[in-house]
Design a protein around this ligand. Sequence first.
Ligand code: URA
Ligand code: CA
Length: 433
Amino acid sequence: MKSIEELIEVKRDGGSHSADELRRLVDAFVSGEMPDYQMAAWLMAAFIRGMSSDETAWLTEAMAHSGRVIDLSGVPGVKVDKHSTGGVGDTTTLVLAPLVASCGVPVAKMSGRGLGFTGGTLDKLESIPGFRVEWDVDAFVKMVQVTGLAVIAQSPDIDPADKKMYALRDVTATVPSVPLIVGSIISKKVAGGADAIVLDVKVGSGAFMKTEADARALAAELARVGQLLGRRVVCILTDMDQPLGRAVGNALEVREAIATLKGEGPADLTELCLVLGAKMLVLGRVAGDEREARDLLMSAIASGRALDTFRAWVASQGGDPAVADDVSLLPAAAHTRVVRAPRTGWVSGFDAEGVGRAAMELGAGRARKEDPIDPGAGLELGVKTGDRVDEGSPLATLFTNDPSRLDEAERRLLDAIHVGDEEIEPPPLFLEA
Ligand code: URA
Ligand code: CA
């Protein structure tokens, strides 16, 4: 049997690992037998040399089984999970979970908190008064059985290998590796009990994959490795050169989600939810094709069934369901400021990361894991790429409880909204759907 050092040599020299070797690496690392410096060396070797789809699938399997694997077999139906690779102001889970569940596909989702300029679904949900995201696995499964959906914080015994590996990747410049990203994403979904997965791979300035070619390569490998593991994985590619919808911030995005569930949401967010939701309904076998699925989703919105499911969901996780009918029950910000266009022209594009950073400055995000967030803080964009603006016309509204942050947030936001002289077409949201 090879030593850990010999396993590192294999990858350093461009060789391939067996399933057994990858299982040993993961197990040794999680148990503490393999120290961080050895895993750091192996991660860099894997980053530089790459891995075949088979190796990636074996790594993924080993990671998924490094902790508890949730058994959702007691929940009838195909369990379809959805994941998006980061982004700014991405409100989709808040809309999709109740929308898809209202059409009969069970949603059992574990989610994360926001860090840096991207927001986290859990922080958004916790802005609903009373809403709890910390539940044990038994309570989680029960909520899915009763209400048809639950979204909770990933418990520490799920995929501990990913937690430990990601923390090392983050500080060793080994995050943007296709096999390591695929292993990280799919292993969490497999451990969470998903039968099928819909992935929204974001491309652009606000995303993790900055170019379309990189995003396509990632999407193809996600699908291939999912298939090797017996999970159906469907990917779409969407533009993240501008934030999704108009709201960026926790309670602001809950408001936006409620509006979208009533059929009154921003066009881009609504369309993305219909496209992702249709794929989930087809994978979940409640619709024969995406056209039929889309009709089901639209009738769930029009009839109020999607909003009813939202209310039931919020109540089951301890939140106040009355927010669905009275958004003034959500936390608000004491201070607002309208940001105005410095010149006349057309909005030529956004630095989505910069928009996220402006929202963070206002208190909507955290720089470090332990930082508190201000649930009422954030911003609402009044413009999209391609819109005409006049000097002094409103571009956005800032919301915060700390007025000392308004100047810096305004400066960041103005840097992140580009206004040019040329009239331009709004860019397509979907690169591949
Ligand atoms: N998202 C993840 O969960 N893991 C990665 O490695 C990258 C994005
Ligand atoms: Ca949004």
